[in-house]
Design a protein around this ligand. Structure first.
Ligand code: GUN
Length: 283
């Protein structure tokens, strides 16, 4: 088994972004990311802090909008509208989940697609489906970078994605398909999941259940990517994959933490750079 080092791969992506951002700054172009957080979900707070830190590391300006949980949908839409018009803001990210009284889709739809660095707007989702896109869906794009770092080709491989969310599962399947993988999307209603996962040369787990993928579910020599971010009974951070059980059977495997997590943020930085280049007419 070889460990896939998400910290190292993400550091390389961020270093490239930092260099390009430095070049743009020399031309008087400052790159700005606005991050909105509504309420005080502790996990969201950690993610937002990490996004701000990453902005600092690559030389972007970050603008945080921390709003109370009682914020109305109208107020949030007003903020999005203001940020859409703000020339200092190249990217807008609204941390999900939002409080239940706010319609997430209404907010996502209101973000200018040219500033939608999460690639959640239906227009950008459509571009991803077609395979002609500027903004990469951050987590799936990070997973593709991790797979590329192993040297294992996706072309012709059996790729199985566990999970069908709009943020991870569905766009993940698209990116693997664009790289000519034979892709199966599985989910909670899938019948006899182990039969399908045991056929996977590349397995991506995005279920949200601690230690869901066990050694008997994976193929000998599979590349195993764990998108999960869960707490186990002892409160320890763990993924969707039983790492200890699977590590000797997999050819490559990501740890949690230190696997996919850092990649999501690195790809967000890459998207924000892309947005800034687009806004300034640079290819
Ligand atoms: N919540 C969990 N993952 C994400 C993400 O990638 N972007 C946003 N905006 N919210 C999230």
């Amino acid at each position: 088994m070889a460990l896939i080092d998400g910290k190292a791969v993400s550091a390389a992506v961020k270093e490239k972004v930092r260099c390009e951002a430095e070049g743009l700054k020399a031309q008087g172009i400052h790159i700005g990311l606005a991050v909105i957080i509504v309420g005080d979900d502790p996990a969201s707070r950690v993610y937002v802090n990490n996004k701000k830190k990453a902005c600092q590391a690559v030389g972007f300006d970050s603008y945080e909008y921390a709003l109370p949980a009682e914020t109305t949908q109208t107020e949030l839409l007003e903020l999005v509208s203001k940020l859409n018009a703000d020339k200092n803001v190249d990217g807008i990210l609204c941390q999900l989940p939002l409080p239940r009284h706010i319609d997430e889709n209404a907010i996502i739809n209101a973000i200018d697609p040219a500033k939608d660095v999460d690639a959640f707007h239906p227009q950008n989702v459509g571009h991803i489906m077609i395979g002609d896109y500027a903004f990469l869906p951050c987590t799936p794009a990070g997973v593709m970078e991790l797979i590329a770092s192993t040297g294992v080709e996706v072309k012709g491989k059996n790729c199985v994605v566990i999970g069908r969310s709009n943020i991870v599962g569905k766009p993940m399947a698209m990116l693997l398909l664009h790289e000519h993988g034979t892709v199966t999307i599985t989910h909670s209603r899938t019948v006899d999941l182990p039969r399908i996962t045991r056929n996977a040369d590349i397995l991506v787990a995005a279920v949200g259940k601690a230690n869901f993928v066990t050694a008997d579910m994976i193929k000998e020599g599979a590349v195993v990517i764990d998108v999960g971010m869960n707490r186990n009974a002892e409160g320890k951070l763990c993924g969707d994959v039983d790492f200890e059980g699977c590590k000797d059977k997999a050819s490559y495997i990501t740890p949690v933490p230190g696997g996919v997590g850092p990649m999501t943020i690195a790809m967000l930085m890459k998207n924000t750079l892309t947005a800034a280049k687009m806004h300034n007419g640079i290819n």
